[in-house]
Design a binder for this molecule. Structure first.
Ligand code: DGY
Length: 321
């Protein structure tokens, strides 16, 4: 039987690429540039499968231009988020879509913890002042931050990553509250208190961490109105998607002191981020690297390949959406 032809759009981990090349006829984009709309349209006629990242946008418009003689049968994402894929449009063309849940939860939760601590404790200004030789004095009033231990943490989206973050936050004795579409069973909630509305959660969130997907319902979820409901001096963390935060509203909330700091790994505009944030030392920023650990990159690649293997073996992939 001829080997299936697979396009790997970005530079995945070495172990992933080796396994993919062992089992498939692969074309790898070693240049590691994001796939353009034209690339995706061409791929629809040339490949049986694509393993993309969130940098390749399978919008309805792109899918509408897919080849009439369609070869593409599966988009096996190397990501848990699939907001870059128009699922109904792909489904309409009979193309299966999978993602890579679970395997990145710990890495992303670790990064959320880093952002929360760094934002709360002046990591940006502190690092700069030492690095640039500008640290000339010390005072008890110097760089006083917000204590995480024992504080109230609000989590929006108590899926796998939200729960992994809650588990780590318990190590800091945080009082955990959450909003989710539905209340978790006790064995998953582990004592976290459920709020039926986001508004109710915000009122107790000294620290707020976002862990829900970007969908039509969650775009600009953190609006000006919602920022105003947070306790004075709250800290917000986002390792999910930039689309969840109205960035003008966030800046306004920071400037007026409603929030004291933000830790952001995701932005409305990626790559690049929001240039208006750069002037604010109390925004601790990273370039969308939540899942970027060696272990997790291997695990994501292997999970995408497991899905591909199952699909081409005539089985239902474990992560079929
Ligand atoms: C994901 O898996 O969704 C991460 O954001 C990396 O793409």
């Amino acid at each position: 039987m001829s080997r299936k032809r697979v396009w790997i759009t970005r530079r995945l981990s070495d172990a992933t690429l080796e396994r993919a090349a062992r089992d498939y006829d692969v074309v790898i984009n070693h240049e590691d540039t994001p796939g353009t709309a034209q690339d995706l349209i061409a791929a629809s006629a040339e490949f049986d499968a694509v393993i993309p990242c969130h940098s390749e946008h399978f919008s309805a418009d792109v899918v509408a231009q897919f080849a009439d003689r369609l070869r593409l049968r599966i988009v096996a994402n190397h990501s848990v988020g699939v907001d870059h894929c128009d699922l109904p449009a792909l489904k309409k063309r009979g193309i299966a879509v999978t993602n890579t849940p679970d395997v990145l939860s710990d890495a992303t939760a670790e990064l959320a913890m880093l952002l929360m601590l760094g934002a709360a404790r002046n990591a940006v200004a502190g690092d700069r002042i030492v690095r640039t030789g500008a640290w000339e004095s010390w005072s008890p009033a110097f760089m006083v931050g917000k204590q995480v231990t024992g504080a109230r943490l609000g989590i929006i989206g108590m899926g796998r990553v939200g729960r992994a973050f809650a588990a780590k936050a318990r190590g800091f004795d945080m009082e955990i509250h959450y909003y989710n579409r539905s209340e978790l069973p006790a064995n998953q909630a582990q004592g976290a208190r459920y709020h039926r509305s986001i508004e109710s959660l915000l009122g107790v969130a000294d620290f707020l961490s976002l862990h829900c997907p970007a969908t039509a319902e969650t775009i600009n979820l953190m609006s000006a109105d919602r920022f105003s409901l947070l306790p004075q001096g709250a800290v917000i963390v986002n390792t999910a998607r930039g689309a969840l935060i109205d960035e003008d509203a966030l800046l306004h909330a920071l400037i007026e002191g409603r929030i004291s700091a933000a830790g952001l790994d995701c932005f409305q505009e990626e790559p690049g981020g929001n240039p208006a944030f750069a002037a604010h030392d109390n925004i601790f920023m990273l370039p969308h690297i939540g899942s970027a650990t060696r272990e997790t990159r291997d695990a994501m690649g292997f999970r995408a390949l497991d899905n591909l293997d199952a699909f081409f073996a005539g089985q239902t992939p474990g992560d079929l959406l």
